[in-house]
Ligand binder design. Structure first.
Ligand code: SF4
Length: 310
């Protein structure tokens, strides 16, 4: 672990690759079964029209063009030497094995790409797709970014997630079985509609007991032009206060095994223009400073309370 009170993914990257590693977000041109009717229409209630894209790239550009632009930008701006090809928006395993192979081959087609990261949903991981993903582990490190969001099926239904917690467990089991060298980063969201802080903690607790390698914890962000924004405007839901969210994150980190790398601790995709609430979500540095200070004051490190819950 670094000198941070948790096992940050950035520290892991620095230790493993010995230089600055930066994510290049790539638009693979995928759809989502939760939008096109295969599973549901309309998508998750918090998701934007562009599938929670970071908008770092133009979907009009080919993957090869996006890669070149991303490499140039981050080499210059962040002095990065090595890069992660990150397929983030929509569902990046939603397609035939042939099509997926074409996209993944293009995404890693540069010697400075040292990692492939594939964002997807639990219901979009058939065995042949998992086995395809595993083949890339011969060339570079591979992660599947797998969204759970909540362990509570009632919430998953409420946010129109169109998969269950049980499907997430099966996906984890299948990845471990058919892609033992592929790493898994699970995603959760705290503060979802009708959930208490205890409910969100239960999601973190469930994840702490699964064979995952990484974790992203997000606070619910209310973004413009999402379904959840209407509920927020009608006063039906509230955004979490920063201090409540920080206390929750500390509680989750304290029960998270130290080997699990922490990829994210707050939602980051929102721009100033599209964020409705909470206001604090646009100041990551301030959030991280308070979080780290509180962990230091309380003398809590990741995994400190692990034994108490197992
Ligand atoms: S699964 Fe992902 S891309 Fe699809 S609607 Fe939900 S958040 Fe958006």
């Amino acid at each position: 672990m670094s000198n941070l009170p948790y096992n940050s993914f950035n520290s892991y990257l620095r230790q493993k690759f010995g230089s600055i590693v930066w994510r290049i977000t790539l638009e693979g041109g995928f759809d989502c079964p939760n939008r096109d009717g295969k599973r549901a229409y309309g998508g998750c209630t918090f998701c934007t029209a562009d599938g929670s894209s970071s908008r770092a790239q133009s979907p009009e550009d080919s993957i090869a063009e996006q890669l070149i632009k991303g490499l140039e930008k981050h080499r210059e701006r962040h002095k990065a030497k090595k890069f992660i090809a990150y397929l983030q928006s929509f569902t990046n395993t939603y397609g035939s094995v042939e099509h997926l192979k074409k996209i993944y081959d293009q995404a890693i087609n540069h010697e400075d790409i040292i990692m492939l990261s594939i964002g997807t949903r639990p219901d979009c991981l058939p065995r042949e797709t998992i086995e395809l993903i595993e083949t890339y582990t011969n060339k570079l490190e591979v992660w599947i970014d797998l969204g759970l969001q909540s362990i509570h099926n009632k919430t998953l239904k409420l946010i129109n997630r169109a998969h269950t917690a049980e499907e997430f467990f099966v996906a984890i089991e299948n990845i471990k079985k058919f892609a033992p060298n592929t790493k898994i980063c699970a995603h959760m969201i705290a503060g979802l509609p009708e959930e208490t802080l205890e409910d969100s903690f239960e999601t973190g607790l469930a994840l702490s007991k699964l064979p995952i390698d990484g974790l992203k914890i997000h606070n619910l962000c209310i973004l413009k032009a999402t379904k959840i924004a209407h509920d927020y405007e009608k006063g039906l839901i509230k955004a979490l206060e920063m201090n409540d969210y920080i206390d929750l994150v500390i509680k989750i980190l304290s029960i998270m095994p130290p080997n699990i790398t922490i990829h994210r601790l707050m939602a980051e995709s929102a721009t100033d223009e599209e964020l409705i609430a909470p206001e604090w979500a646009n100041n990551k540095d301030a959030f991280l400073n308070v979080l780290r200070q509180k962990m230091q004051e309380q003398n809590i490190n990741q995994g400190d309370k692990l034994l108490c819950v197992l």
